[in-house]
Design a protein around this ligand. Structure first.
Ligand code: ATP
Length: 332
């Protein structure tokens, strides 16, 4: 699905600095991207590249005493980063659905599944309790929970991890959000259930024009659901473009490493992002030039070590969408 009107979400120059015992950590460094209505943007990158922190920052979920967030993130024109906490809470419910890796962080252990779903549904619309319960059971069936009526009366600890994650997904989808943020949301689920969830999300997108940010390590999922891909490294976007551009014609040595396209650089692992030798830079001590320079086998330009490459257009593809990469290396 392609973006047709003004983007649903416009993130501009997002920066997150965390206070850590080892000094300030620049965890997200000038991230800019858009998500169109009905569009899916996959965010990929190694552990620690700033993917989770960047979406937590959008939703005001980082504790203010340790995190400084700057930039802007306009959802339907309204900046999430400067809105009042009350307004943000209003927007988060029906406007943005979130699914994070650990379902227990999203579920209240002392409330039944039904109560949590029904409360979510009723908080944002005039719905009777009975109708909300019906909708809750329907949603649980849609995410593949067996015996949804019975599941409504259970507490989170009575369900398996996979079941709990499906409940969290049902809650996130309950109000047909305009934006869905999923952070490794289906990683722990088996492939059949994962396929079911991805279908459900695709249905929501075509019916309601939901924009999706999908953080994943799974290249099969990226290839299957993403319209565009954003590759993060060291808190920066090092490459973005349509799914075909990034997966078929990766321009950044880091992306090529992740895709196993640089045989010296990476070892591919069944459908997962490949493992690139070496470790990412500490966010308290980022290199002055290209953020990937210390691990890069290409280093074909003298500026690699000293000057940070801008995210520049490397080619345009179908629909005129740019393919961008932040590298000095000619051959990528
Ligand atoms: N509460 C925190 N305090 C200090 N540093 C943190 C905190 N949370 C995250 N970080 C640091 O921020 C950086 C980015 O972490 P983040 O979780 O966003 O990475 P990620 O790309 O989402 O990784 P993963 O794929 O493992 O979820 C890491 O260096 C991490 O150590």
């Amino acid at each position: 699905m392609q973006q047709v009107s003004a983007p649903l979400l416009e993130v501009e120059d997002l920066r997150v600095r965390l206070r850590t015992p080892r000094g300030p950590a620049e965890v997200v460094n000038g991230l800019s991207y858009t998500v169109g209505r009905g569009e899916t943007v996959a965010v990929v990158g190694e552990s620690g590249s700033g993917k989770s922190v960047s979406v937590l920052a959008l939703l005001g979920l980082l504790p203010a005493r340790v995190a400084t967030v700057t930039g802007s993130a306009r959802l339907d024109g309204e900046d999430l980063l400067t809105m009042s906490p009350e307004r943000l809470r209003e927007v988060r419910g029906p406007g943005v659905g979130m699914v994070f890796q650990d379902p227990m962080t999203s579920l209240n252990p002392v409330l039944t599944i039904g109560r949590q779903l029904v409360e979510g549904i009723r908080a944002h619309g005039e719905v009777s309790k009975a109708a909300a319960r019906e909708r809750a059971a329907g949603l649980l069936a849609e995410v593949g929970l067996p015996d949804p009526q019975r599941a409504l009366d259970r507490y989170p600890h009575e369900l398996s991890g996979g079941m709990r994650q499906r409940v969290v997904i049902a809650i996130a989808l309950a109000n047909n959000p305009s934006l869905l943020i999923a952070d490794e949301a289906t990683t722990a689920l088996d492939v059949t259930v994962q396929a079911q969830i991805l279908d459900l999300v695709a249905g929501l997108q075509s019916e309601h024009g939901t924009g999706v940010i999908w953080i994943t390590h799974d290249l099969g999922v990226v290839a299957g659901i993403a319209d565009r891909v954003l590759v993060m490294y060291g808190g920066r976007c090092v490459e973005d473009g349509t799914v075909d551009d990034v997966l078929e014609r990766p321009a950044h040595p880091y992306t090529r490493g992740l895709l196993g396209a640089l045989p010296d650089l990476a070892s591919a692992d069944d459908g997962e992002l490949a493992t690139v030798p070496g470790v990412p830079p500490a966010p308290t001590d980022l290199p002055p030039g290209c953020v990937f320079w210390p691990r890069c086998p290409v280093r074909s330009d003298p500026r690699c070590a000293t000057e940070q490459p801008p995210l520049a257009v490397v080619g345009a593809s179908g629909g005129g969408l740019p393919h961008r990469a932040a590298t000095w290396c000619e051959e990528g």
